[in-house]
Design a protein around this ligand. Structure first.
Ligand code: F6P
Length: 547
């Protein structure tokens, strides 16, 4: 394994460096479009319902060809095939990486250690569907016989962000007579605010944790049980008001949840890749099993595209390569995801875990310190709000921030006619921002408007800020699945080229261990040996102030 060359030592990497220096020392999108107006049509890739325009990138045909050569040299498609085959490509945890099996059709065969996992995937989906229908119809009642009206998902990281994001995205498809809340923070305020106006007799808690050892989730679930039992006064109530989503039946039973009320998934599903597994139960209750399956179909459209589309028309490959172009050859530090949709308000937060927990690594697959940049900082909020906050920095600051602009041709059906009419204004903002970021406004153009000379530099926009525009017809469950799978595979492509393990997350361990060590110092006033002087002083100040 150690003879795998570092990506930066490959001739294809050097070719890109030279290309950047010699052919595109100061790329100019006005010039690139003037030289080749056809790029507006040629630099578009379609997958499912997504039309992905990458014409406003600082690239030429030669750049794309050289990036393609890097992908070929690093054998991205070889690793992709190994992933889909169920090989243990998560080497540091010795696990297969098979979130794609979660959306495989019933008759597919995906083997892990010689066993086809697809029947088990569908068995769990069927159990989830049965349970979801019973809650939605009122057949599943609480301990006192009242129907469930509130569903509270307790989880964190991948056991929270996915269902919370998707619930928000698909709100127009949700059962509006049910209330959904998502509790993640170990700050008791989170659970308090989520439950303070709920009736325990009508509330179902879904405890979502792959490991069922995550301290935040176990703590919140314990407090939720106390809240429930304080009101209902009977231990037997737990069985009607708590279900678990986990890979760890033993810990679920230890917690006191009947494993008959557990929906299983498997160690080959990473937390940040898990919301289309049992972790999506709250979402399935919200939107119903049919819509959930439509979403899985959307994931599958992109999975199949990633496997079958040729390199030059392979959307995840292209997006991954474009990210690498800026990250490694322009020193871009971050990547903005800017949806022009209120319903996608949590989408970027979801992508932060997907991307940053996957590719925030500084050691390669062979355990060598990397000397090249890996995952970017991913950030962003819905675009129109961002325009009045941080877009100034993107337009006129000193940093290069590639961005994805995501929009829809149609507003959601349930809006009133008046609110639907606002959609054109929303989308006009998306298109205008893409244009302004790419082409800016020259000093001559500013002067021609009669602007006083001393103000000209302040009002000039240099442009050349690259964007990808992802346009879909309508925000449906399938389109959400397509979007998520697109980003999942983009992250995969980048990790493959950087030669890192995108599927472990050892970096979150140290903080967890230290928190456990520090806690007794706070709650019991115990002496904690080994605290550094700064932390010891902070602990002392905290103890003093909490008196
Ligand atoms: O933050 C680390 C992490 O392990 C994530 O990868 C995961 O999504 C989250 O914690 C929650 O883990 P679990 O589902 O096991 O509670």
């Amino acid at each position: 394994m150690s003879d795998v060359p570092e990506p930066t030592r490959r001739p294809e990497w050097a070719a890109l460096e030279n290309h950047r220096k010699d052919a595109l020392p100061q790329p100019d999108l006005r010039e690139l479009f003037a030289a080749d107006p056809s790029r507006a049509e040629r630099y578009v890739v379609h997958v499912g319902d997504l039309r992905i325009d990458y014409s406003k990138h600082l690239v030429t045909d030669e750049t794309l060809a050289l990036l393609g050569e890097l992908a070929a040299a690093t054998d991205v498609f070889g690793l992709r095939d190994a992933m889909f085959r169920g090989e243990r490509i998560n080497t540091t945890e010795d696990r297969a990486v098979l979130h794609t099996a979660l959306r495989a059709p019933r008759d597919a065969v995906v083997e892990v250690d010689g066993e086809n996992v697809v029947p088990a995937v569908h068995a769990v989906l069927d159990r989830m569907a049965d349970f979801a229908e019973r809650v939605r119809s009122g057949e599943w009642t609480g301990h006192t016989g009242r129907r469930i009206r509130n569903v509270v998902n307790i989880g964190i990281g991948g056991s929270d962000l996915g269902p919370a994001m998707a619930y928000e995205v698909l709100r127009p498809y949700t059962a509006r007579d049910l209330t959904f809340r998502f509790v993640s923070n170990v700050d008791g305020a989170d659970l308090h605010e989520a439950t303070r106006d709920l009736d325990p007799a009508e509330t179902l808690f879904i405890v979502a944790s792959k490991t069922f050892t995550t301290i935040e989730t176990v703590t919140n679930a314990t407090s939720a049980r106390t809240w429930l039992l304080d009101a209902l006064g009977d231990e037997a109530a737990v069985a009607r008001h708590f279900v678990a989503l986990s890979t760890n039946a033993g810990k679920v039973a230890d917690f006191g949840i009947d494993t008959a009320n557990m929906f299983e998934f498997w160690d080959w599903v990473g937390g940040r890749y898990s919301y289309d597994s049992a972790i999506g139960l709250s979402l399935m209750i919200a939107i119903g099993p049919d819509r959930f399956r439509e979403m899985l179909d959307g994931f599958r459209i992109v999975d199949e595209h990633f496997v079958n589309a040729p390199a030059e028309a392979n959307a995840p490959l292209l997006l991954g390569l474009l990210g690498i172009w800026y990250n490694n050859f322009f020193d871009a530090q971050s990547h903005a995801v800017l949806p022009y949709s209120h319903y996608l308000s949590k989408f970027t937060a979801y992508l932060q875990q997907l991307d940053m927990e996957s590719n925030g690594k500084s050691v390669d697959r062979q355990g060598r310190q990397v000397t090249w940049q890996t995952g970017p900082v991913v950030w962003g909020t819905p675009g129109t709000n961002g325009q009045h906050a941080y877009y100034q920095l993107i337009h006129q600051g000193t940093k290069l921030i590639p961005a994805d602009l995501i929009g829809f041709a149609r507003p959601v059906a349930e809006l009133s006619d008046e609110l639907k009419a606002q959609h054109d204004l929303l989308m006009a903002n998306l298109f205008a921002q893409g244009q302004a970021l790419a082409f800016g406004k020259t000093a001559e153009e500013v002067r021609a408007e009669g602007v006083p000379e001393e103000q000209v530099p302040h009002r000039t926009f240099h442009g050349n800020h690259p964007t990808t525009t992802i346009l879909a017809t309508e925000l449906t469950p399938s389109v959400l699945g397509q979007l998520v799978a697109l980003y999942e595979h983009k992250v995969f492509v980048q990790g493959a080229i950087w030669n890192i393990d995108s599927f472990d997350q050892w970096g979150v361990e140290l903080g967890k261990v230290l928190a456990k060590r520090v806690e007794p110092a706070l709650t019991e006033g115990a002496d904690v040996p080994g605290l550094d002087p700064s932390t010891a002083a902070l602990v002392a100040a905290y103890r003093e102030r909490r008196k």
